[in-house]
Write a protein that binds this ligand. Structure first.
Ligand code: ATP
Length: 354
């Protein structure tokens, strides 16, 4: 089932907007991720789609039908929350079947769906346990099983992995993605973790303070960020962004001695943001790169790669280079940058890409 939002807004206080004028069409079977920092309106948007929060302005359509006033139980939506929302006094099986009992699904059908879901999620041996007798990952699977047995064509997930450790998070990312593909359901998934967004989404929406910054496929957004906010939010370590003033329209003086050249005339004496991803800073020269003197500030060797913070004039840049580079602090080094890898942004409030 598809979901279409048209100029959907939410204001809790009639002054500020938690969500402002959001429009998007989410296709049937799509894995769509809402991503952004804390407080940007992700959960509010999800709750409006679920019918748990009223809409201040705009429209929401579910499979083409206007759903603004449709009660939550008529929307054909299942939900998985961050805290799993399990009933502590019920067993795993009772938790999974709770919704089906309320919907008066025949007992035989309930059992069948429960066994299928538990089989899929490797939870069959835990059916008689209580939530407190499960690990975090197993509780998460119960919450997933509950969504699976509901057989709803749309599933909404709100930060479902944030209570798990890093290793389990990685594993569950894959499982949730596979589950969604197998069931062919439409997924709207909320996270503040850009790695989750990048690895799970077919498309994602990047939000800041209730406003949509960009919608697109993860790699398109990574490679062509709409503005400096998106560029620095997506990617780790984030893109380096340096403020410079253009000289003759084309020259971007990075330091007293080092200038970068723009291919478009940017205008004289104009403030410009120069963006450079950490992986685009190299320690070996290539045919097209320029040499830039830098001073190391901090060096972290992660095993197969090294993340360095270095100073280029007044600018603090992070570099991510393959291999182990055992530099000490305050060492004079040369870094190499291919000007083709530089992204320019306006220094105006919108910080749009030029
Ligand atoms: P987080 O990642 O921290 O959960 P979020 O992106 O999901 O954040 P929301 O929870 O949607 O953000 O909140 C968006 C804004 O709306 C915040 O400024 C928040 O304080 C405000 N807000 C959310 N719920 C309410 C409410 N019930 N009453 C008043 N303001 C609210």
């Amino acid at each position: 089932m598809s979901i279409t939002l048209k100029h959907m807004s939410k204001s809790f206080d009639h002054e500020t907007f938690a969500v402002r004028e959001t429009s998007v069409s989410i296709q049937e079977g799509e894995f769509f991720v809402l991503v952004g920092p804390s407080g940007c309106g992700k959960s509010t948007m999800l709750r409006m789609i679920a019918g748990l929060e009223s809409i201040t302005a705009g429209e929401i359509y579910i499979n083409g039908t206007l759903a603004n006033d449709m009660p939550p139980n008529k929307r054909q939506i299942s939900m998985v929350f961050q805290n799993y929302a399990l009933y502590p006094h019920l067993t795993v099986e009772e938790n999974i079947l709770f919704g089906l009992k309320v919907r008066k699904i025949p007992k035989k059908e309930q059992k069948k769906r429960c066994l299928e879901a538990c089989d899929m999620l490797g939870m069959t041996e835990y059916l008689k346990r209580k939530p407190r007798e499960l690990s975090g990952g197993q509780r998460q699977r119960v919450a997933l099983a509950r969504a699976v047995v509901s057989q709803m064509p749309i599933c909404l997930m709100d930060e479902p992995l944030s209570n798990l450790d890093a290793k389990l998070r990685g594993q569950m990312r894959t499982e949730i993605r596979q589950l969604q593909q197998k069931l062919g359901i439409t997924m709207i998934y909320v996270t503040h973790d850009q790695v989750e967004a990048m690895t799970m989404a077919d498309r994602m929406m990047v939000l800041k303070k209730g406003e949509v910054q960009q919608i697109g496929k993860p790699l398109d957004i990574y490679n062509n960020p709409a503005n400096a906010f998106v560029a620095t939010f997506i990617g780790a370590p984030p893109m380096n962004v340096s403020n410079v003033t253009t000289k003759d329209g084309f020259t971007l003086p990075l330091t007293k001695d080092i200038t970068l050249t723009s291919t478009v005339n940017l205008g004289e004496h104009k403030e410009i943001l120069v963006g450079l991803r950490p992986e685009h800073i190299q320690l070996e020269q290539t045919a097209t790169s320029i040499a830039i003197p830098a001073v190391t500030k901090n060096v972290e060797i992660l095993g197969n790669e090294t993340v360095m913070t270095c100073l280029v004039g007044d600018h603090e840049w992070k570099a991510k280079v393959p291999g182990q580079w055992n530099y000490s602090e305050q060492e004079n080094i040369t870094i190499y940058v291919d000007p083709a890898n530089i992204t320019l942004f306006d220094a105006l409030a919108s910080e749009e890409r030029i």
